[in-house]
Each structure stands twice: as C-alpha cells, then as structure tokens.
Design a protein around this ligand. Structure first.
Ligand SMILES: Cc1cc2nc3c(=O)[nH]c(=O)nc-3n(C[C@H](O)[C@H](O)[C@H](O)COP(=O)(O)OP(=O)(O)OC[C@H]3O[C@@H](n4cnc5c(N)ncnc54)[C@H](O)[C@@H]3O)c2cc1C
Length: 464
C-alpha cells in the first residue's frame, strides 16, 4: 500500500509543531507531514502576533514547551537577548524568568526548537515536511488514514492527528445572520485601527484576554477616545503576579469534587492566605494541575454547574492579564476612557446612522437598549462546539461519524491517550487529537503547558 507518510499532522500551530518536535526527538526513522495553510509553522493565531504589546499571559518561567525542562524558555530567552534580540526587554528591570515575552517572539522560540529537533531527527533518518493547504476531508480504513486537501491533493499515512486548534466564536446571538464578525475589527489588527478617528468611540464585546489585546492594539494605533466593553458579568481579568508556593491542598484531599465543595475550600484557602499576608493567587495557582483530573471525574451535571456558575470567575481569576497590559487598562479605566458594562450582546442594530450600532441588555434589566460607536471589536471568544463550526473538516468528520462531540459538546470525545471516539463511542486506532479540540475531555487543553505535555505523551503513544 502506498503511503505518503507515517504520521500526518493536521494543523501546524503550537500543538502540531510540538508534536513533530517530540516525534523527531524519538529514536526511529519516520516521515512526518504537517498540513497547515499558514506560511510558517509553530505560530497559529496566538504566536503570529506582530505587536510587542501582545505578550504571553504568563512569565517565561511558566511557558516552557519542554515538560522535562521548565527553564527551557528562560534559557532560550537569555541566549536570544544576549545575542541582541528583543532589546526592549532591557526597559523592564526584572529577571529574564519574570519577563512576559511578546507572543511573536515565542513563535520564534517554537520554530527554533523545531529546527533543532529536525537536526536530531535527521540522525535517525526522520523528516518533517510542511504542506501548505487546508485539510477538507478525512477517511479512515483498517490500514491507513487518507486526507483530502483544499488543493485536491490526497495524503495517506498510518496515523493522523487532529491539531486544528480553536475556531472563532459563532455563538453570540444572531452572530452569523447579523454579520457581527464581518462588521467587527480584528482585535489584533493595529493597521486597521489606525484608520479610525482617534477620538471615536469603540465598542468591544467580551471582556477576557482578547479584549485586553484589543485595548493594547487600540493604544498602539493611537486611539484616544472612549472604549466601551460589554460582557455578561462585566468581569475583567485580574493581573498576573508571581505568588509564592502554597500547600497543594487538592493533592492532599481527593474527596473534594463537586464545584460547590471546591469553591468553598478554595475560598477558605484564599482567605487563609490573605490573613497571612500572602497573595490569594498562591492557593488559586495550586488548583491548575488538578483541573484535568477534576473535570474528567466530574459528572455532566457537575460540569454544567461549573460552566454556569464558576466559569466566569475561573476565567477572570485564572486566565490573568500580563502586568503591562493590566497597567494600561487600569490607566484608561481611571481616566474614564475605558468602561466595563455587565450587559449581554443581543445583536447588531440595522438602519442606524452610526457606523456601528448594537443592541444590549444590561444585567438585571428586562429592557434592551441600543449603543452606538464608530467601530466594533468582537472578542467574545471561541467556538468549541464542532457542530457549529462552519469549516469543511469538522463538518466532514462529524458527517462521516468519525468523531463525536465531547462532554457538554466541547470539542470532540477521545480516550485519555487522545484516540478520538467515533459516533458509536469506539476509539479510533489511527486517528488522534490534541490541544483545544479536547477541551471537553480536560477543560484546560489550550495553554502552552497543556499542549507541551500532550505532545510528549502522544508522540510516545504514536511510535509504540
Ligand atoms: C490570541 C491568543 C493568545 C494566546 N495566548 C496564550 C498565552 O499567553 N499563554 C498560553 O498558555 N496560551 C495562550 N493561548 C492559547 C494558545 O492557543 C495555545 O497555546 C496554542 O496556540 C494552541 O495551539 P494549537 O496548535 O492547538 O492551535 P492554533 O494555534 O490555533 O493552531 C491550529 C492551526 O491549525 C490550522 N488548521 C485548522 N484547521 C485546519 C485544517 N482543516 N487543515 C489544516 N490546518 C488547519 C490553523 O491554520 C492553525 O494554524 C492563546 C491563544 C490565542 C488565540
């Protein structure tokens, strides 16, 4: 049987690239093909950022792509800065491990780790090739997986891995029909924002880290007018500090499971920390390593309770803002230029004289009202429900019954090893997934550290 590769990786963002890195480092000869429409591997949306102000949300010490070496990024940055890279970092008087690198620079780091792994792989006779296309269909039989690409090409291999990352949100009411994405500015497109009247009012839907980036972009673009932010709970991400270590209270007590119990205990731990003069972020950060276990052990009822009642607070307290971005938001807020409204977005308002007109409902009110601005930015998040993702591959995989929605329809279902479950719940022998598509399996399956760990484990599984 003719095969183009041993392993086909669909998507060459951080996940697909780190999987290739881990595979190349393992002894044995293998042919790896990454299918990725972008010009460069290792970047995806997150690490294609070009603005220095669009930084990682964690400091270098927290963002290693090597699960065996937590200092890997710090070491790489130290060498990079010593060689004259990122000269602006000298403006921050902190150790390199505490710097929050620009995401575009992080992409360079990932690419360098890929190049090094290619050199190691070459000694085993392993190769990696980047095919620039979108995978539009996938078929699997007992011997192989076959991909159909957007240019009509077909590729076969013994294994395929879905590393397609996140898809933009389409869940806001009437999003598609009202064309909100078409009407909205890209949160990272500083050049487009330069076209705005600097004094004009900008409306932003969503108040998470993408909103933080959007405000950074507006500032870079020279915008000096009002910014009105609308989100259901009106919660802003907290600023990330460097809290000291705290006792791993969840590691010591596995009986804590329900969201209510967990929240009560977490609050108690935070109060204890504050009473001792320690940052509340210390106990909170110990929870992170237990999230996958807690989520996978939880019942669907408990998961729903978490999503409904705890998620907004988890998002704003755990997914924290880089300090420099947080300072900017704080400044704009105190100047009265940035206002946060607890209000849900109800849709675009047609037939308005303003450039953008949206209908919202403020929290606690029954009536809706209309707000006008010169521009709109949609930072309301990610679409994890594949049934609503209007891309060919997710649609085809669902239609062929090769995948099924994950718990709470978040991404797709898979085994603990990442083998995807078909429509009948049978684990695939040749088709795997990693990263954001496994959101429903682990809840946190997106951050650098999640992806790095999954890449290492999956590589070991694929070469067995
Ligand atoms: C703006 C932004 C900022 C972030 N900041 C941080 C941060 O500071 N810290 C952190 O830990 N995490 C951060 N994240 C999370 C980040 O997404 C992950 O760390 C990482 O990007 C996930 O990598 P991925 O490869 O799975 O997904 P992606 O980076 O989304 O890459 C997926 C790739 O798959 C390709 N693709 C999709 N469908 C197909 C197809 N059918 N055929 C071929 N290719 C396809 C896409 O072109 C894309 O390049 C951020 C995410 C975003 C969006």
């Amino acid at each position: 049987m003719s095969q183009n590769a041993d392993i086909l990786i669909i998507g060459g963002g951080l996940s697909g690239t780190m999987l290739a890195v881990q595979l190349l480092r393992l002894p044995g000869q293998r042919t790896i093909v990454i299918v990725e429409p972008r010009t460069e591997l290792g970047r995806g949306e997150a690490y294609s950022a070009v603005e220095l102000g669009h930084t990682l949300n964690g400091n270098a010490a927290r963002m290693s792509v090597d699960p065996d070496n937590p200092d890997d990024l710090t070491q790489w940055l130290t060498a990079h800065i010593a060689a004259g890279g990122w000269p602006e970092s000298a403006e921050q008087a902190v150790p390199i491990s505490e710097l929050f690198p620009p995401r575009g620079l992080f992409g360079v780091y990932v690419q360098q780790r890929l190049a090094e792994a290619q050199a190691i792989g070459a000694t085993y006779g392993s190769t990696v090739e980047h095919v620039r296309a979108e995978v539009v269909d996938l078929q699997a039989d007992v011997d192989a997986v076959q991909l159909t690409l957007s240019d009509g090409q077909r590729l076969r291999a013994g294994f395929a891995v879905i590393a397609t990352g996140m898809f933009p949100a389409a869940r806001t009411p009437q999003t598609e029909s009202s064309g909100v994405n078409a009407a909205a500015l890209d949160p990272w497109d500083v050049a487009a924002m330069r076209q705005l009247d600097p004094q004009s009012t900008v409306l932003i839907i969503g108040s998470g880290l993408t909103m933080v980036d959007a405000v950074v972009s507006l500032e870079q673009a020279g915008h000096r007018g009002p910014i009105e932010v609308f989100s259901r709970h009106g919660l802003l991400p907290h600023v990330r500090r460097q809290p000291p270590a705290w006792v791993d209270f969840l590691g010591e007590d596995h009986s804590l499971r329900s969201p209510r119990q967990l929240l009560r205990e977490l609050r108690r731990q935070c109060r204890d920390a504050i009473a001792q003069g320690i940052d509340w972020q210390a106990p909170l950060d110990t929870v992170r390593v237990h999230i996958a276990r807690l989520w996978s052990q939880a019942t669907d009822v408990q998961r729903r309770q978490f999503v409904r009642h705890v998620r907004p607070w988890w998002e704003s307290h755990h997914h924290r803002s880089p300090p420099l971005s947080a300072e900017l938001l704080q400044r704009l807020h105190s100047q009265g230029r940035l206002r946060i409204h607890a209000a849900s977005f109800k849709g675009l308002e047609p037939d308005s004289n303003a450039a953008v007109s949206i209908r919202i409902r403020r929290r606690g009110e029954h009536e809706t009202c209309v707000v006008q601005g010169a521009a709109l930015i949609n930072s309301s998040g990610i679409e994890y429900d594949w049934r609503r993702v209007a891309r060919p591959l997710p649609q085809q995989l669902l239609a062929r019954g090769l995948v099924q929605p994950g718990p709470l329809a978040l991404g797709i279902a898979a085994t603990a090893e990442g083998a995807v479950l078909d429509a009948n719940g049978v684990p695939a022998k040749r088709l795997f997934a990693m990263g954001p598509p496994l959101r429903g399996m682990w809840w946190e399956s997106t951050a650098v550290t999640d992806v790095a760990l999954q890449a290492k484990a999956l590589a070991a599984r694929l070469v067995v």
